[in-house]
Every structure is written in C-alpha cells, then in structure tokens.
Design a protein around this ligand. Structure first.
Ligand code: FAD
Length: 403
C-alpha cells in the first residue's frame, strides 16, 4: 500500500520537508496543508525589502508553484487543520474534511504575541508582523510624515523601525525592558544598534511600557505607563512569538517550550514528527527552540532523513541575520550562558564584531557589516575551535592568527 505522509504547516520548514522527502526518494502520497492563502514563502523580507516596497510578493515564494505539481506534492493553501485524531491516524480540517495519514509532520511555526484587545490591541492601525497579509495591511500606512509607534525592541521591531524611518515616517520605538535586544544580544550589541537608530532619527525609549492604545476605530494615541501620551498614526507590535502548539496539545503530544522532539525530530508519538519554530529539541545537554530560517531548513532536513529511514541526529551550529538600514548583522552560534564579550573593530570602515565567550570557549559572534568575522567565527564554531580571547581583543592581530 502507498504510504501517506501529511505535513501540517506550509511555511519554511514544511516546504523544505516536503522537498527533502521527495529528493530522498519518498514515492508515496505527500500532502502539504497550509492555513495561509499564499504558497510557502520566506518571512525575513517581510520586515525588510518587501515592507520597503523593493520586492514583489512572487519573489517571496520559496519555490515556484509548479514545483509542487512536478514533485507530486499536493499543496493545499487556505487549509487549516483543526484537530489530529491519533487513534484513527487522520487530521481533521476546519471545514470538517478528514484526511488519513500513516505519518504526520507538524511544521506549524509560531504565533506572534498580540496586545490584548482590552488595551487597544484590536484597533485598526495596530499591526503584527508575521504574515504576508499582516504586512500588506500595514503598507498603505507607511506614508512619509506619518507617526509610527513600534512596540518591542527585538529584531523584528528594529527592522520595522528601520524601514519606517527610511520611508520618511516619524518613528518612536518603545521597549518595556531596560534595553533593546535584551533576550537575544549583549548590552554592547544593543548599544551599537541604539546608536544606529538614533543616527537615523528613530527615538528609542527603553524601560518604557505601554499602558494602552486609544482611538475609535483607528489608533490615534498611545498612553505610556508613566501617563505620557503620544499621538500616532499606526502601531506595529513586535513583542515576540509563541510556538504554535495548539494541535499538538489537543492531540496529547508532549510539550516543553514547543512540541518536544528527540534528536531525530520525532515527537512523543513515533508516527508524528515536528520541525521549525514550533519544535524544541535536545542540544548539547539542554532543550532549546530556535526561531530562524537556518533551523527551519536544517531541522526539516533532519526530519526528512529520519522519516526516510536514514536518521542523523540534528546538531546545528545556529546562524541568523538581520538587515537594518545599510547594516547587515550576521550571528553565528548561540550566546546563552556567556560570561564575557569582546568587541572588535573590523578591517573595513563601519565593520564591527562582538564575540561571546564562556571561560575560554567561544559561544557566538554578532558581526555588523563584517562578513569576515562572521565566516571565521562560524567555521571555528562548526569545528569546535575557540580563538584566543586576547588576540580577538587585539584589533591589530589578524583573525587568521587568533586560533
Ligand atoms: P512558519 O514559516 O511560520 O510556517 C508555519 C506555517 O504553518 C504558517 O504558514 C501557519 O499558517 C501554518 N499553520 C499553523 N498552524 C496550522 C494549522 N493548524 N493548519 C494549517 N496550517 C497551519 N529568521 C532568520 O533566520 N533571519 C531573519 O532575518 C528573519 N527575519 C524574520 C522576519 C519576520 C517578519 C518574521 C515573521 C520572521 C523572521 N525570521 C527570520 C524567522 C523565520 O522566518 C522563521 O523562523 C521561519 O519562518 C520558521 O519557519 P516555520 O516553517 O517553522 O514556520
């Protein structure tokens, strides 16, 4: 009998998994179900070139729609799965249709945290930044002279601020925590980006919480926790995401900061796999969950290998990037647990890197317009090599001589 694999979630990981299953020789029936109406697309440009108006929607598609036809992958967009019936091995779509599977993969991504409606989160002119339709909805408000409030100083909020400033909006970014990038980067990298935004006229206010948004029906002002009021024309909310685990929870799969999978991407049900933003996995003695293109692609490939009967433990060297103005930030590694950082000016003007160490071990690098530092650090991290921190600190020392 032909084996049936169903993939729920037609994003970066789902599309990669489907392609990798076919490339690896899976000849059974393969269905990719996505709740959104668009074919699988890349999200990173949503807060960068696409929002700037420098990229068409078609260029976001991960693969030409013909690819799915040619590969006999049944791609169904606008198809939301409402429940998994593990006993009968079938998924139930929101419209009531039941679809049988022999093995199932969950690549359901993450859900952006929203501001509660009680504090104005549902007013028109208040936008999240997760989907193509989110960005299409906010684009008309990006007019020169408009006043934008960005809530949240993580990478998505900072990227949206950069685009808004470049398009001539007046931008205020508020961050409730004591500093921007608090969850993902050290104080030195945060200071570098704070200065970058200040040079572009963005007002960054840290330690500043939002009390509520007001307007009727469109947002017109923001009231801050200290009572101050800002008149605004739009608000963009970038306060993080939560893994999309609703289906897995309903199906009784083990959750642990996401859908818990083993090193081979299997969930607590051996017939169900998971990958991407929704999945947490064991990594060097602890359990982590990553929200990145690297992870979506590489974990999907690992899931495909396991589903094809050739399992390889997923042990990534994480990498990530962010574009703001003319700065490309590239991050290699994970900085969690660092006990010191070393800053290093790059060889080219404007290039800069920040190196995270735990004792003598290199954990990660943030490289700003410094591809050389990024590539070198990534190579070292992949090889398990740590450079001499004193040499990294010595700008006169060539990186090649630092390890
Ligand atoms: P997603 O791409 O989110 O796909 C999940 C899909 O599953 C969604 O389409 C969702 O609708 C669907 N789904 C969920 N539940 C159901 C259901 N019940 N039924 C059917 N379908 C369902 N990463 C980087 O590395 N670098 C960057 O610069 C970067 N920039 C980003 C900028 C933005 C604006 C955003 C939003 C993300 C960015 N990321 C970046 C993160 C990166 O895009 C994600 O990590 C990646 O898309 C995760 O892929 P995924 O397949 O796990 O999830």
């Amino acid at each position: 009998m032909t084996e049936r694999i169903v993939i729920v979630g037609a994003g970066q990981a789902g599309a990669e998994l489907a392609a990798a299953l076919r490339a690896g020789g899976f000849a059974g029936s393969l269905t990719l179900l996505g709740a959104e109406n668009a074919p699988p697309y890349q999200r990173p440009p949503l807060s960068k070139k696409y929002l700037l108006g420098e990229m068409s929607a078609e260029r976001l598609w991960l693969r030409d729609p013909a690819f799915y036809r040619d590969q006999s992958i049944t791609l169904r967009t606008g198809a939301r799965v409402a429940a998994i019936d593990r006993g009968a091995r079938r998924v139930l779509l929101a419209d009531g249709e039941a679809l049988p599977y022999d093995r199932l993969a969950l690549t359901t991504g993450a859900r952006p945290r929203a501001l509660p409606a009680a504090i104005g989160g549902a007013l028109s002119g208040v936008h999240g930044v997760r989907t193509l339709s989110d960005v299409d909805a906010m684009a008309p408000a990006f007019r020169p002279g408009a006043r934008a409030l960005i809530v949240g100083g993580g990478y998505i909020g900072l990227e949206a601020a950069a685009v808004a400033a470049r398009l001539g909006l007046h931008v205020t970014l508020i961050e409730a925590a004591p500093r921007i990038l608090g969850r993902v980067a050290c104080a030195e990298t945060a200071a570098w980006f704070r200065a970058l935004h200040a040079r572009h006229g963005v007002t960054v206010r840290e330690g500043t919480a939002l009390a509520r948004l007001e307007g009727d029906p469109r947002v017109a002002r923001a009231v801050l926790a200290d009572g101050e009021t800002l008149e605004i024309d739009l608000a963009i909310v970038g306060i993080g995401v939560d893994p999309e685990t609703a289906l897995a929870a309903q199906a009784g799969l083990t959750l642990d900061n996401g859908i818990a999978v083993d090193a081979f991407c299997a969930t607590s049900d051996p017939a169900i796999f998971a990958a991407g933003d929704c999945a947490s996995f064991p990594w060097r003695g602890r359990r982590i969950r990553l929200e990145s293109v690297q992870n979506a692609i590489d974990q999907a490939k690992a899931a495909a290998a396991a589903m094809l009967g050739a399992p390889v433990a997923y042990d990534p060297t994480p990498w990530f990037w962010s574009d703001q103005y003319d700065v490309k930030l590239q991050i290699a590694g994970l900085n969690a647990g660092y006990d010191r950082v070393i800053e290093r000016p790059g060889a080219r003007a404007g290039a800069h890197s920040v190196w995270y160490f735990k004792g003598a071990a290199l954990l990660a690098v943030d490289a700003m317009n410094d591809a050389r530092a990024y590539m070198t650090a990534k190579r070292w991290l992949e090889a398990g090599v740590s450079p001499d921190p004193a040499r990294i600190a010595d700008a006169a020392c060539d990186l090649r001589d630092a390890a």
